[in-house]
Design a protein around this ligand. Structure first.
Ligand code: A3D
Length: 320
């Protein structure tokens, strides 16, 4: 059987890391696309030359021509610009919306059967716009944010409790922005929910609240440290987890920015919810019960995403 084909649209910090991870994990042959001449070619050659030492079999190709992504099984989109210190994700909307238009048209023309994972910010609005421009089925276009936000939460919790990150599960829902919704009730250490761990004296409510806030600010903390761009190792790893769930039909339950119609009382919009990812793309949106406080946080987050989508429609009338 031929190897799967993975197209990475955007060969910047995240794109390059995605290419390296996909090769090391032997998920398939990789095409790295970018408008910058030389960047995808140089990164592909560099990664290919890590193959003999790492011992992977994957063909790496760098290109500036959309025709090379033809027939891709997975497309991961990072094309656009990242944040600089002092910028919010929403400040990127105008410039990255134009990028989503060209990327969506490229995918529509050359890889209409692909499972498409969008990473470009502001995430929830960009994945919506990318779906509109590409015209692909909603279940095949998804945004990566919840896996990363949950991973950040899990990391901070594992340090707080001094337990393995593997035993910490966490849920972060809602939009990928300041209004994201870390759900402490559904986050556990090996099945013990966080509120119980507070009662058991493993931490205090104040410390837990601070960890929740640090999770919400997780991206900005790294932007502030790097000064020249945003996080890329963990974002790439998170998207690879989603791509692998699709390619291997793993039926993973992962929080993603998925198209929600019906669940959570929504009438068709992209927002972070728990999903099942398998060979059918987003196979199910998991409609978990939220209490009043959680629902209020979710509603605020949904409103923020709706505001961004409305702004996209204002900029590009073809989306209205
Ligand atoms: P960067 O290293 O700047 O790479 C972006 C690449 O996109 C560059 O190589 C550009 O040349 C390329 N590009 C620009 N316009 C186009 C175009 N029209 N077609 C193809 N390629 C183009 O950024 P990065 O890799 O650090 O980040 C990429 C995106 O991911 C940014 O929008 C970030 O804000 C976003 N991001 C999202 C998360 C989430 O959790 C959702 C986390 C981190 C970064």
């Amino acid at each position: 059987m031929a190897r799967p084909k993975i197209a990475l649209i955007g060969a910047g910090q995240i794109g390059g890391t995605l290419a390296h991870l996909a090769a090391i994990k032997e998920l398939g042959d990789v095409v790295l696309f970018d408008i910058a001449e030389g960047t995808p070619q140089g990164k592909s050659l560099d990664i290919a030359q890590s193959g003999p030492s790492e011992g992977f079999d994957a063909v790496m190709k760098g290109t500036n021509d959309y025709a090379d992504i033809a027939g891709a099984d997975v497309c991961i989109v990072t094309a656009g610009v990242p944040r600089k210190p002092g910028m919010s994700r929403d400040d990127l909307l105008g410039i990255n919306l134009k990028v989503m238009k060209s990327v969506g048209e490229g995918i529509k023309a050359h890889a209409p059967k692909a499972f498409v994972i969008c990473i470009t910010n502001p995430l929830d609005a960009m994945v919506w716009a990318l779906r509109e421009f590409s015209g692909l089925p909603h279940n095949m276009v998804v945004g990566m944010a919840g896996v990363l936000d949950s991973a950040r939460f899990r990391h901070f919790l594992s340090v707080e409790f001094n337990v393995s990150m593997r035993d910490v599960t966490a849920f972060v829902l809602g939009g990928h922005g300041d209004t994201m919704v870390p759900l402490t009730r559904y986050s556990t250490v090996a099945g013990i929910p966080l509120p119980d761990l507070v009662q058991m004296g493993w931490t205090t409510q104040e410390r837990l609240d601070a960890i929740v806030q640090r999770t919400r600010d997780g991206g900005a903390e790294i932007v502030g440290l790097l000064k020249t761009g945003s996080a890329f190792y963990a974002p790439a790893t998170s998207a690879i987890e989603m791509a692998e769930a699709f390619l291997k039909d793993q039926k993973r339950l992962l929080p993603c920015a998925a198209y929600v119609k019906g669940a959570y009382g929504l009438d068709g919009m992209y927002v972070g919810v728990p999903t099942i990812i398998g060979a059918g793309g987003i196979e199910r949106v998991v409609d978990i019960k939220l209490n009043a406080a959680e629902q209020a946080m979710m509603d605020k987050s949904i409103d923020a995403v709706k505001g961004l989508v409305a702004a996209c429609k204002g900029i590009d009338p073809s989306l209205a």
